[in-house]
Unconditional design. Structure first.
Ligand code: COA
Length: 176
């Protein structure tokens, strides 16, 4: 069961639903736990939800605990994965996979010819996730995250096997 605006997640991952304003406090708390000093603030997430072309999803467990979230910006030929994160205790169950797939499907539905993102070159778990989804290296940005901390710019083009998505996938998604 996915609930209103939900998206069935893969494997044993919990279902996704559209991220709403009442999720922001929990999202900001998980963001701080996951990204530390580079975390986005609650205000940044508010701005994201209000911005054109954004779509965000989250997942909670049966007790309402936030397990993960992701968002995409899709307003032109190139869409961007804005963020993907899952709670440490929720990892390895396919939630990251489902969140990233939601971003890909939204970008494709919005007509984007490519989906881009930036990832810390040392972030092995995220790089494996993106490689599984067909993201390829486009560029390397030296010292993007500080001295000696490079970012990789990855790009994914739509694949023939991505398939159509249903209207329920974006019901209630934040509009630009
Ligand atoms: C990167 C990140 C989002 C991945 O999230 P996740 O929920 O663990 O992702 P998944 O569960 O889909 O995949 C993780 C691993 O579990 C495996 N897995 C998925 N479902 C599984 C299942 N049911 N049983 C066993 N293994 C499973 C995947 O194959 C994958 O294995 P791999 O890392 O060896 O390739 C998460 O590690 C994270 O939030 N990291 C910190 C934030 C971050 O770096 N975000 C990206 C910034 S660019």
């Amino acid at each position: 069961m996915t609930g209103a605006g939900g998206v069935a997640a893969g494997s044993s991952a919990p279902p996704l639903r559209t991220l709403r304003w009442w999720d922001v406090a929990d999202v900001a708390a998980l963001e701080a736990q996951v990204f530390g000093p580079t975390a986005w603030s609650a205000e940044t997430f508010w701005s994201e939800l209000a911005a054109d072309g954004r779509a965000y999803w989250c997942a909670r467990d049966a007790d309402g605990v936030l397990l993960g979230y992701a968002g995409v910006a899709a307003a032109g030929p190139d869409a961007d994965v804005q963020t993907v994160a899952t709670a440490p205790a929720a990892r390895g169950r396919g939630l990251g996979d489902a969140l990233l797939r939601a971003c890909e499907q939204h970008a494709e539905r919005a007509g984007a010819a490519a989906l881009l993102l930036e990832v810390d070159a040392t972030n092995a778990a995220a790089r494996r996730l993106y490689a599984r989804h067909g993201f390829e290296l486009l560029a390397r940005r030296r010292d993007y995250y500080g001295s000696g901390a490079d970012a990789l710019v990855l790009r994914r083009r739509p694949r023939a096997d991505d398939g159509p998505t249903t209207a329920a996938d974006t019901a209630g998604a934040p509009a630009r």
